[in-house]
Write a protein that binds this ligand. Sequence first.
Ligand code: LMR
Length: 326
Amino acid sequence: MRVVVTGATGQVAYALLPRIAAGEMFGPDTEVDLRLADIPQVIDKAKGTLMELEDGAYPLLSRVSASADRAETFKDVDWALLVGSVPRGPGMERGDLIRRNGPIFVEDGSAIRDHAATGARVAVVGNPCNTNCLIARHAAGAKVPDERWSAMTRLDHNRARALLAKQANARVSDVRKLAIWGNHSATLYPDFTNAEVNGKPAASVLDRRWLEGEFITLVQQRGAAVIAARGASSALSAAQALIDHVRSLVTPTPKGDCFSAAVVSDGSYGVAKGLVSSFPLHSRGDGGWEIVKGVTLDDFARAKIAATVAELEKERDIVKDLLAAA
Ligand code: LMR
């Protein structure tokens, strides 16, 4: 498996790379050729990480390299993990980064078009990840079809799942059918109305007022809370979420459950076609995804989803020139 990780000198990558090398992302039978990508100004630091990866003597790490040249790092990749971007600081929303980070994803999308393997898949982490994914997807054009793109809302999914479990005094594994809808932003909607705790509707186990209020706000604001506490954005939980994101795509979804990622909308649930929005998904385990059909959404859920999708439409308009340039 040839894998490029952009932003290889960043904190997310530092928590992520050893876990990919150890087989946690692609499983214990898959050797990995790991490409560390970053900008020229910092690539020497990536060479230090490269040394550490070599020194780990990971049996599954068939090759590891580092370069600031996308033609090298994206060559024949099966997976592109697009982490590299400027992170937000205290007091910022992720959307504030849109004009700063957008151009990076034009470059990444173009590199995928020009150098990646046929059949390459892409996961976007750099924020605002939904719209950055939209930008890269446009830049790559027809060579990489819609079903190969995704952006990471798994961190929100994991946060919501952990929070529901804690509040219900249950295990994380007892929480199922939870899904994040919309944008990875302060408008995201964690749908508790279809979630189950120990096979029972979450709203029958937990107070609906808490679910509609504090629960949603905590999930929406968790990234900002981590930044306020740590002075830097999440890294180890983001790495964990990316491992889970890819694992959910490369392993069949357990029957009766779903996972969350932002994918290119086919118009399902009234989400404008082409927007990169989070949905409940199933995978057959081949790296692809299907949007779960027939989810019942009450008026509360519909209103929340409409608000987060409206924000995605606004973001798309702000980067119109980057979509047209591609
Ligand atoms: C997160 O959700 O923790 C990351 O997207 C970083 C951020 O800016 O919140």
